[in-house]
Write a protein that binds this ligand. Structure first.
Ligand code: CTP
Ligand code: CA
Length: 222
C-alpha cells in the first residue's frame, strides 16, 4: 500500500535500468560472473515505477521476481546486455546502470565441456564494452545515473568514475556493505557535491535515489 503514497516525481518518464550480474561463458557448463544479487537494481525499478515512470528492466541472471510495473528483458553476457540496452535506449529519458557487468569475456570459449587434466588451464580474457560509458557519450544521451562498487578509497575512485564516464549523477557504495545484504548505504555524487543516504532497506534507499535524480532531471529539463 505504501507504494501508492510515493510522490509521482517521475510521472510519464521512460526509465531504463540494468541490474544483476552478467555471465561470461567458459564452456558448456562453466562461466565467469560477478557477485551481485540484483536486489538494489530491482528495488530501484520498483521505486521508479512507484514514482510514475514507465520502467524497462534489463536483468542479468538472478532468482528475483520481476518488480511490479517493470517490463523485464533477461540477458546473459555483457554483450547481450549491451544489445538489449541499444535496442531500447533511443526512446528513454533516464538510464540507471546498476548492473555488475563483467569487465572481461573469455576469448577461448569452448563449445564442449572442457575435460580436466593435470595441466594448468589458461583463460584468455578480453575487455567487454562499457555499456554505461557508451550510452553517456551518445550525442543526445538520456539522463545517466551510474553506480560505483568499490572496496577501498570509495569517494576518490567514485569521483574519478563519474568524471571519466561524464555522469550527472553517480551512486557510490562499498562492496562490503552492499553485496547480498538487505540494506545498503549510498553516497550520491553530483555537480553540487556529496549526499549521504544512510543505511536503510534497499527499497528505502532506492526511493531516496529516485527523489534525488528526479530533482536533478527536472532542473535539467525546465
Ligand atoms: N558498467 C557498464 N559496463 C561495463 C562496466 C561497468 O555499464 N562493462 C557500469 C556499471 O553498471 C556501473 C558503472 O559502470 O554503473 C561502474 O561500474 P564499476 O564496475 O564500478 O566500474 P568500472 O568502470 O567497470 O571500473 P572498475 O571495475 O575497474 O572499478
Ligand atoms: Ca567493473
Amino acid at each position: 500500500l505504501e507504494a501508492f503514497f510515493q510522490p509521482r516525481v517521475l510521472e510519464g518518464r521512460k526509465v531504463l535500468i540494468t541490474a544483476g550480474a552478467t555471465f561470461e561463458r567458459i564452456d558448456a557448463v562453466r562461466g565467469i560472473t560477478n557477485t551481485s544479487s540484483g536486489k538494489m537494481g530491482f528495488a530501484i525499478a520498483r521505486a521508479a515505477w512507484e514514482a510514475g515512470a514507465e520502467v524497462t528492466l534489463v536483468a542479468g541472471e538472478t532468482a528475483l521476481p520481476t518488480p511490479p510495473g517493470s517490463r523485464r528483458i533477461d540477458v546473459k553476457s555483457a554483450q547481450d546486455m549491451l544489445s538489449a540496452v541499444n535496442a531500447e535506449i533511443d526512446t528513454q529519458d533516464i538510464f540507471i546502470s546498476v548492473a555488475a557487468v563483467a569487465d572481461y569475456y573469455v576469448l577461448n570459449q569452448s563449445e564442449q565441456k572442457i575435460k580436466k587434466d593435470a595441466h594448468i588451464l589458461t583463460l584468455e580474457l578480453a575487455p567487454n564494452p562499457d555499456i554505461l560509458a557508451s550510452v553517456a557519450c551518445r550525442p543526445r544521451p538520456p539522463f545517466c545515473v551510474g553506480f560505483a562498487a568499490e572496496s577501498e578509497n570509495l569517494i576518490e575512485y567514485a569521483q574519478a568514475k563519474r568524471k571519466r564516464k561524464q555522469l550527472p549523477l553517480l551512486a557510490a557504495n562499498l562492496v562490503q556493505s552492499a553485496m547480498g545484504a538487505e540494506d545498503n548505504e549510498l553516497i550520491l555524487l553530483d555537480d553540487a557535491g556529496e549526499h549521504k543516504l544512510p543505511r536503510a532497506p534497499k527499497l528505502d534507499v532506492a526511493r531516496q535515489l529516485v527523489t534525488h535524480l528526479a530533482r536533478l532531471y527536472d532542473a535539467d529539463h525546465p
